[in-house]
Every structure is written in structure tokens, then in C-alpha cells.
Design a protein around this ligand. Structure first.
Ligand code: PEP
Ligand code: MG
Length: 575
């Protein structure tokens, strides 16, 4: 049966392929088939994961000494041990692998669903609530399996046209999928500027989030058309629709090819104003795409991605190597390394952080200041890299001047430790701050006195100004970059910084969206940083823009608060 699903397109383009479903457990796993002669090995892998978790529980039982806590904790561990030994999980998972030859993780999550359904039937509310314990135990076993050497949580036999369909993906999941050949991503949850969407965009493949029931409605191997521009997925399309989309896909490819012609053309407006177009990256591997885009610098290296999907922290040398690889490839062009913005949706593996409002919690610079050793290690790695390129330090989520003072103190300590060891670095390294909290935007003068440059994080600035969680799809319709408060704040930051002659850029998603290019030029922005795939489209817009024509219209737009009038003026601006 053919049907259409509408979501939020987060990465443009059209993909045509076949669905590959991620399992519905909280811990996403893949489904794939095991060769018949490997089934025993797969069962042994499952058994060994159960044994690991059993040993973990027993060790935990031993480790609790305090009297009262011991009784409570023991009861909790007994319950988890009981769930672990429940035949529905262990025996039935084994038989499912034997009978269907599926991988152990998949069988495990399927049996978890059976057990959860049984719990749902229980009348006693207390026992019914123990569903969460079932999920926790299963997650523990899955994690034990994921840690198994040589295992990749991904289908080994993906066809070249696989489209990943998941209920939800964390940014860390998407990072893992970077190495695999999916041609598109679909998720039930998510929003335009969630980190998951941002990483999906950096993969440069069509992606749609907030499809709500895609994971339930789409079946493994269904034929799919993913239109990332319109946010539409067509499931099992007929021949005519397929032909139509293949035609559109061809046209899009041609347009992209045409844009390649301006790759080495300098980004200058019609009236001769030069504009810097930089790229956002997550890992050193992204440099290939940066080079293809013609970016003249890295405006945002989201260094926290070096910390995800691993059990330990990256050492100073490992971080240095990653930063150094980027510095060398950029040949003295600017590379802005943002200190780790961990926390909220980008948590370290095994982190037990359970804040009620993680986006308002111990995130970014707050976490860095709370973990001085981890921060020191990173600062030393960045400073060492400054000897090999035009490296700058960018500090995320600053909300007050004290945080700047403390950060500068930590930078000075890191410098001093390098001096003592006679390790070379750039004493004059520039330190900038992200302006992504309204408080920072409103007292910009104070911030500018202490910082060498500013970078506007519009993704968070919108989230915090409008009080709309950027990863919650139920309020995604309220996440409005055109809100008069946002337009006013962004223009205020740019104009205040320009008056004070402090360099300012935008590295949030607004910078890579061509709908905003002229608006931002009109505000006075001369430095944009975006994911590489959008760079030529934005450059094309810049090449066709004449600032003296734009500025009066933009001044009008900032003063307009009626959405219809605003839309009309924007249409005129982008005409
Ligand atoms: C932003 O908030 O706009 C930004 C660039 O940072 P991130 O998206 O990583 O929070
Ligand atoms: Mg941010």
C-alpha cells in the first residue's frame, strides 16, 4: 500500500531506496541475519553478555556496605537479577536466534517487547511500573554486547540504497552511522536544530525528523522516496510517482553540479563587500567535505564529538592529533575550536546525569569549569595545536562574565604548564565566546571587553529566548527563527559588535539557510559558518546581493511584527 508521511525536512535532497528499521528499544539496535553456521557463536555471544551483567550485579551487591542503603539497593539488584534470569528474556531470545537466525541484539529487544506487554497486563500498579527496570536490564545486556570486540551495531549486509528508519537517534548514534552507507535518515522524533539533525545534515544526505509513526508504519525493505526539502516520505510509491521523483532527483544533481562552478570564486557581494564563508565540522574526517565546499576556514569545530561513543576520555595527545590534522589540512586558514559542549543531548557514555532540564543544566562551559582536569587537558591540546595553524578558542554557552574570567584563568594555567615544559604555542591565541544565551546578548558590552571575537549560536539563542526545547518535536512549531525577538537580538548582537570592531560570526543553522542570507548581510554580518553542503548555495545568494538595496528593506523587516507583512517583505528581499 502506498502512503505519504509528513515530517520536518532537516537535510535537503531526494533519496530513493529501501527501508532499514532500527529496533524499537530505547537502545537502538539493528536487525540483520546470521549465517546458519554462525548461530551457535551468536548464542554464545548472548550468553557471555548475560554472564557479564550477572557478574556486574553480583559485584554491585558486594560493594554496598551501608546498612539502610544496602537493604534498598539489594532489593533493587535482586529484582534486576530476577528479570535477567526470566526465561522470556534468556530462553526465548536464544530460541528466536536459533529459529530465525537474527542477531542477538534484535532478538533481545523483541523479547523485551513481549515481556513489557506481559507487565502491561498486570493489575498491580507498582509491579506494572517495573517495566522501566526491564528496559534497564535489557539495555545493560545490550551494552555488554556492544562492548564485545569486533562487533559493529550495524547491518553487515546493507544494500547500497538503505534508508535508516528509527524512532529516535542520539547525536552519538548518527556519528556512528557516519561510517556506513545509508542514503537517507528518517526518525519519529527530533526537530530542525536538534544535534541529531545537525549531524545528519553534515552527512549531506536527505533526512526527515518528527515523522511520529514512521517507525511503526514502515516495514523492513519497503520502497521509500525521501524528499528532505519538503519533509515528505512516500512509502511504496507507484511507478509514475517514482519516475517523477527520479526526474527531480536528476535536476537537483544538475543544480548541485552547476554550483560547483563558483567553488573557487571569492564570496563578494555585488557592491564589493567581501564575506568569509567558513565550515562547521564535528570530526577531522569532515575536512574532505570542507575542501569540496571551498570554505576558507573552520568557523566551528564541535570538539565534543571526539568525546562521544567511547568509554574513556580522549587523552591530550589524541585530541592534539585530531586538532593538528585539521590545522594542517586547512593550511593556516582560521580554525575555530569550540571547547567541549557536552551535556544535554550530547552526554558522555555512562554519564548518570539526570537533570530535570538538561538544556539548562550542567552543559558546555559549566561542565568544563566543574571538571577542571578534563578542561585543562583539552586546553593544552588546543594550545599545542596553535603552533601549527591559525587556531582560535571558542567558549560555548557563556552566561556571565565570571565564567569568562574563570575560563581565561584556566587558559592561562594551561599556557603556564606548557611554558614550564618548554612546549611551543601561540601566546597571542584568540579567545572568543558563543553568544547563545539571551543574557549574553543583552550585556554584550561586558562580554566584548574580555573576548577577542564572538560567534552567535542561533540554535540555542532561539531555544533559550523563546523557551522552546530544540529537541522536542511537540513544540517544534514554536521554534521560530523569524520571531521578531530573534531578529532584533541577532541584529543587535551584530551591530553592537561591529560598532565596537569586535569580529562577529554566526555558526548556528541560520548561517547555512539561504532564506536568511540577505537578512544577515543587511544586519551587517560578514562571517558565516555552516555545514559544508550548504556553502555554495549561500555563496550563490551572496554573489547576487547588493547591500545598498538590501539594507533599507532589512531595517523595515526588523521593525515589522505582523507575520503576513514580514513574509511579504522577506519574499521581496529574497526575490
Ligand atoms: C548553536 O547553538 O547555534 C550552535 C552553533 O551550537 P550547537 O548547535 O552545537 O549547540
Ligand atoms: Mg549551541
Amino acid at each position: 500500500m502506498s502512503f505519504i508521511l509528513q515530517g520536518i525536512g532537516v537535510s535537503e535532497g531526494i533519496a530513493i531506496g529501501h527501508a532499514h528499521l532500527a529496533a524499537p528499544a530505547a537502545l537502538e539496535v539493528m536487525h540483520y541475519l546470521i549465517p546458519k553456521n554462525q548461530v551457535d557463536k551468536e548464542i554464545a555471544r548472548l550468553d557471555s553478555a548475560f554472564a557479564v551483567v550477572r557478574t556486574e550485579f553480583e559485584a554491585l551487591q558486594q560493594s554496598v556496605v551501608d546498612g539502610h542503603a544496602r537493604a534498598e539497593f539489594s532489593a533493587f539488584l535482586d529484582l534486576h537479577l530476577m528479570i535477567l534470569e526470566d526465561p522470556t528474556l534468556s530462553e526465548s531470545t536464544r530460541s528466536m536466534i536459533e529459529q530465525t537466525h537474527c542477531n542477538a541484539e534484535w532478538a533481545m529487544t523483541q523479547q523485551m517487547q513481549v515481556l513489557l506487554a506481559q507487565f502491561e497486563e498486570i493489575e498491580d500498579a507498582y509491579l506494572r511500573e517495573r517495566k522501566a527496570d526491564v528496559v534497564q536490564v535489557v539495555e545493560r545486556v545490550l551494552k555488554a554486547m556492544l562492548g564485545h570486540p569486533g562487533y559493529l551495531p550495524i547491518a553487515s549486509k546493507l544494500t547500497g540504497d538503505s534508508i535508516l528508519v528509527a524512532h529516535d537517534l542520539s547525536p552519538a548514534d548518527v556519528m556512528q552511522y557516519k561510517q556506513h552507507q545509508f542514503i537517507a535518515f528518517l526518525t519519529d522524533l527530533g526537530s530542525l536544530t536538534s544535534h541529531t539533525a545537525i549531524v545528519a545534515r553534515s552527512l549531506n544526505i536527505p533526512s526527515i525528523v518528527a515523522l511520529h509513526h514512521a517507525h511503526q508504519l514502515i516495514l523492513e525493505n519497503d520502497c521509500l522516496i525521501v524528499d528532505g526539502t519538503q519533509g515528505i516520505t512516500i512509502v511504496n510509491p507507484d511507478k509514475y510517482v517514482l519516475d517523477e521523483y527520479r526526474l527531480r532527483q536528476g535536476e537537483l544533481q544538475l543544480e548541485r553540479k552547476k554550483l560547483q562552478r563558483i567553488k573557487s570564486v571569492a564570496a563578494v557581494t555585488l557592491d564589493g563587500t567581501p564575506i568569509d564563508l567558513y565550515a562547521n565540522i564535528e570530526l577531522p574526517e569532515d575536512i574532505e567535505q570542507v575542501k569540496e565546499s571551498g570554505a576558507t576556514g573552520i568557523g566551528l569545530f564541535r570538539s565534543e564529538f571526539l568525546f562521544l561513543n567511547r568509554d574513556d576520555l580522549p587523552s591530550e595527545d589524541e585530541q592534539f592529533e585530531a586538532y593538528h590534522a585539521v590545522a594542517v589540512k586547512m593550511h593556516k586558514q582560521p580554525v575555530v575550536i569550540r571547547t567541549f559542549d557536552l551535556g544535554a543531548d550530547k552526554s558522555l557514555k555512562g554519564s548518570t546525569q539526570a537533570a530535570a532540564n538538561p538544556a539548562l543544566g550542567l552543559r558546555a562551559i559549566r561542565l568544563s569549569l566543574a571538571e577542571p582536569q578534563m578542561f585543562h587537558t583539552q586546553l593544552r591540546a588546543i594550545l599545542r595545536t596553535s603552533n601549527y595553524g591559525e587556531i582560535r578558542i571558542l567558549v560555548p554557552m557563556l552566561s556571565n562574565v565570571m565564567e569568562i574570567d574563570q575560563t581565561l584563568y584556566h587558559i592561562e594555567c594551561a599556557k603556564q604548564s606548557l611554558r614550564e615544559e618548554k612546549i611551543a604555542f601561540n601566546e597571542q591565541i584568540k579567545v572568543g565566546g558563543m553568544i547563545e544565551i539571551p543574557a549574553a546578548a543583552l550585556c554584550l558590552e561586558l562580554f566584548m571587553r574580555k573576548l577577542d571575537f564572538l560567534s552567535i549560536g542561533t540554535n540555542d539563542l532561539i531555544q533559550y529566548t523563546l523557551a522552546v526545547d530544540r529537541i522536542d518535536d511537540t513544540v517544534a512549531h514554536l521554534y521560530d527563527p523569524f520571531h521578531p525577538a530573534i531578529l532584533w537580538l541577532v541584529s543587535h548582537i551584530i551591530q553592537t559588535a561591529r560598532r565596537a570592531k569586535v569580529p562577529v560570526s554566526i555558526c548556528g543553522e541560520m548561517a547555512g539557510d539561504k532564506q536568511f542570507t540577505r537578512l544577515l548581510l543587511g544586519f551587517g554580518l560578514q562571517q558565516f559558518s555552516m555545514y559544508p553542503a550548504q556553502l555554495l548555495t549561500v555563496k550563490n545568494q551572496i554573489l547576487k546581493s547588493h547591500l545598498p538595496d538590501i539594507i533599507p528593506l532589512v531595517n523595515k523587516i526588523v521593525k515589522t511584527d505582523y507575520p503576513e507583512k514580514l513574509a511579504a517583505l522577506l519574499a521581496k528581499l529574497n526575490d
